[in-house]
Design a binder for this molecule. Structure first.
Ligand SMILES: [Zn+2]
Length: 437
């Protein structure tokens, strides 16, 4: 039998019976509530009626108010101490670093970290990397300049803590990065799905097969990773590709294990609820879609209680072939901001990506545009083929694509083929979906 210490980063926590996991979560939650009421102006006001020891069960958590990104913005906007505002849970001089959200959905949020809170995030990430098979023998290449964006910093610090050799790849172009992978004999990548595909495309242009570059595993961050895209990356790189879910504000809270089917919630670091999409009040059942509401249980500098992530996921069960006892999610469907009605049909852009990555290998990039056509909503899809195609082939592609999209989404798309290289390439966050209504 394989040594347990090699299977788990923290064998005790990862295999605890559920009752004990929940007990730890509750104890940590009460401690957090008591702390934030005393240390953060925002929570002193928000939770003035709440007594931490009145929270006796997980069900009682639902009595606490939900907050979302907009509340965080309001608590920071022109509020002291600049720029962290009233959410801050430690004296400003204890802030040792800060990260920022990307601002794709509005004004960026500043996330201050004390050394203790930062180390808490790094420890969570050690779990993520270990589950994805990262070990001290790995050489981890991170092909980005990470600026103030959190995920790659977390991955960087956690990989070091695991004992990996970490090579940051900022300040290089894509060609330079591919050469660096070869030079240092990298075995692992932290990547965005989009950039993973783009790097492979560039490697091929350099006359290299990405499968020969020696990458054995890749952990993706920054964007949703539909299963079809994950498999495509695995196929292209000849590597195991892992997903996780999280965000700048709450940290990453669920990740894939070696089974690569569903994601483990990092209990007891987080208390995660899955609420029904309509009322946000009822906990959904297993197999049902719900909005993830996350409470990180050990963060002091930027404390969050019941943060509505707006991520829509399918709630899974507990227990997994890997032996971990934590609750799982079956998959990530998208975000509530991206879940929309078009001509009365519920639509999420991820469904288009799924279809393209699984059935249309000839398409390398795409862009979805929703706009008003008269009084109706129109949806169009611009697709970029890998190489120049003749008129006949293009017509065939458009026909096949429209039929498959109609079946998959119940919507009729206007399809516009563009020339190879015409659509923008993204590195950190792709903007392939545009709602111009
Ligand atoms: Zn597992």
């Amino acid at each position: 039998m394989e040594n347990r210490a090699a299977l788990y980063w923290n064998p005790y926590l990862e295999t605890l019976p559920r009752e004990q996991l929940i007990e730890i979560q509750l104890a940590r939650l009460r401690k957090l509530l008591a702390y934030v009421k005393n240390h953060s102006v925002f929570y002193r006001n928000l939770l003035s009626d709440v007594e931490p020891y009145d929270i006796r069960s997980i069900a009682d958590v639902k009595k606490l108010p939900l907050i979302d990104k907009e509340d965080l913005r309001k608590a920071q906007d022109e509020k002291e101490p600049f720029p962290f505002g009233e959410m801050l849970g430690v004296p400003p001089e204890q802030v040792c670093t800060f990260r920022q959200t990307s601002g794709t959905t509005g004004k960026p949020v500043y996330v201050p970290e004390s050394y203790e809170s930062w180390q808490w995030r790094v420890e969570v990430w050690c779990h993520i990397l270990w589950m994805a098979g990262f070990r001290e023998t790995d050489r981890v290449f991170i092909p980005f300049g990470y600026n103030v964006y959190v995920a790659f910093w977390e991955g960087h610090f956690a990989a070091e803590k695991l004992g990996c050799m970490v090579v940051p790849g900022g300040a290089l172009d894509t060609k330079g990065r591919i050469n660096k992978i070869r030079e240092v004999k990298a075995t692992a990548l932290l990547n965005t799905p989009t950039y993973g595909l783009h790097m492979a495309e560039e490697a091929e242009k350099m006359g290299l097969n990405p499968r020969d570059l020696g990458i054995e595993r890749m952990l993706c961050a920054g964007e949703p990773l539909p299963d079809a895209t994950r498999r495509k990356l695995e196929e292209t790189w000849g590597a195991e590709v892992y997903d996780h879910i999280g965000g700048t504000e709450p940290c990453a809270w669920a990740a894939m294990c070696g089974q690569r089917s569903g994601l483990h919630i990092m209990e007891p670091f987080f208390l995660v609820e899955f609420l029904d999409l309509e009322t946000l009040s009822r906990e959904v059942d297993e197999g049902e879609m719900g909005v993830a509401v996350v409470t990180p249980l050990g963060r002091r500098s930027f404390p969050l209680v019941r943060f509505n992530t707006k991520d829509v996921v399918k709630k899974g069960t507990d227990g997994c072939g890997c032996g971990r006892t934590s609750m799982m999610i079956e998959g990530v469907t998208g975000r509530t901001d991206h879940l929309m009605k078009i001509r009365g049909v519920l639509f999420t852009p991820v469904s288009v990506e799924e279809l393209l990555r699984s059935e249309f290998a000839e398409i390398v990039e795409y862009e979805i545009i929703v706009q008003k056509k008269g009084i109706m909503d129109g949806i169009s899809l611009r697709v970029e083929p890998k190489e120049e195609m003749g008129e006949l082939a293009v017509n065939g592609l458009v026909r096949r694509l429209s039929e498959r999209l109609k079946i998959k989404t119940n919507l009729r798309f206007e399809i516009e083929p563009v020339s190879p290289g015409e659509l923008p390439r993204y590195t950190l966050k792709s903007k392939r979906f545009k709602d111009l209504r």
